[in-house]
Design a protein. Sequence first.
Length: 164
Amino acid sequence: MPLDRAALHAAQMFAAPWLDLAASVVGLFGQAEVTAGLALGLAAARYRREPRDAIGPLLIAVTVVVEAVLKTVVVQAPLPPERSRTLELLPAFHVPFAFSYPSGHVARTTFLLAIARGLPRWAVVAGVLLMVATRVYLAEHWLSDTIGGVLLGLAVAAVARRVR
């Protein structure tokens, strides 16, 4: 897609080692292991106040399952590995998918930010946009992959807010 290529070019126009590090650090917060831990912590905190409220954060599992299914059926070629700027800061569990749509980092981050209580809307939007920017800058995902991740995260968050 021309828009995907243009977004990648624009994102990497000012590539620098310090940006690689900063974007890679931000990316840690979208890793499956980290988001699962955050979701469990959120569920535990909500359980203390109202046990039925603990179910919502656990729906992050739905986000992960739908992401995996989509990455096997939506034909979206991943970015060329030579464009990657990611620094492997911590060992992480990687599942090799044939296709790249949608971004799991963005879906999980969007989900968690969207169900968090007390966050101002601007903080939610800023957090999501920051994760989107890092995924494209690091050449982990096309812009369209990140948009799909936002939509997936918002859809599951809408369900989680209704579950009680």
